[in-house]
Design a protein. Structure first.
Length: 242
């Protein structure tokens, strides 16, 4: 049994105040802009270093507090469910996001599943576990409407306090057939901090790309939409699984 806890101490006072008032925070990223929304966790320096190394052409970060009065996220069984939700990659197939430009919902991932490795790329079942390891790695295939089909290396870490999911592309990401992002030049971090009746959800996604020829804002929205779709998928899975 985990002691009842809170995420408030992991946020700077001004950040906590903004999150409480606004409900969701969003920040645009580029090569010169540091992360502003990330909570104070032990792996924060590693995340910041990786983002700095990429020299992002485009990116975004979000911070949201999810609360569910019916669930105690401090118990071990809840932590295990959270971890297995993160590994249920096939359930991301068909998730949608709202497209502001088209003013309608669109499918984000037309295909999403775990594969046996970066070479053969054979589909395998979602690998759920009975105990949470400190570290594990999966390879996944996802086809989305922006960047097409790509293979990603997903790394999962659990500190006992929080979960950190890291996704790196292992294939070249293309936009309308144009090579936009070289392998390992696009990264997504999902940081989940469960405490009491809530989960603090932090996400950052971005890439070092060739020039977007003035389309940077549109592509930033694509990364934001991806993060919001992942958030919506995760919270829906929580509500269906508990």
């Amino acid at each position: 049994m985990f002691a009842e806890s809170t995420t408030d101490t992991l946020l700077a006072p001004e950040l906590l105040e903004r999150l409480t008032l606004e409900g969701e925070l969003r920040n645009s990223l580029s090569a010169a802009s540091p992360l502003q929304l990330i909570p104070e966790v032990t792996l924060r320096p590693e995340i910041e270093e990786r983002i700095n190394e990429l020299e992002l052409s485009v990116g975004t970060e979000i911070l949201i507090r999810y609360r569910n009065e019916a669930i105690d996220f401090d118990i071990e069984a809840s932590r295990l469910k959270i971890y297995n939700i993160l590994r249920s990659i096939s359930t991301m197939e068909g998730i949608e996001y709202y497209s502001a430009s088209r003013k309608r919902m669109r499918t984000l991932f037309a295909q999403s599943y775990v594969i046996d490795g970066p070479d053969k790329q054979e589909r395998v079942p979602d690998p759920k576990v009975e105990e949470i390891p400190a570290y594990s790695r999966l390879y996944i295939f996802q086809k989305d409407l922006t960047f097409g089909g790509n293979v990603y290396r997903s790394e999962y870490r659990y500190s006992g306090q929080y979960f950190l999911l890291t996704n790196l592309n292992t294939t070249t990401m293309r936009y309308f057939l144009l090579p936009m992002v070289k392998p390992e030049q696009s990264v997504t971090y999902i940081l989940l901090i469960p405490a009491g009746k809530e989960i603090l959800f932090y996400g950052v996604a971005g890439a070092h790309t060739m020039s977007f020829f003035g389309l940077e804002r549109k592509r930033e929205d694509s990364f934001y939409n991806r993060l919001k779709a992942i958030y919506g998928w995760f919270t829906k899975r929580v509500e269906d699984s508990f």
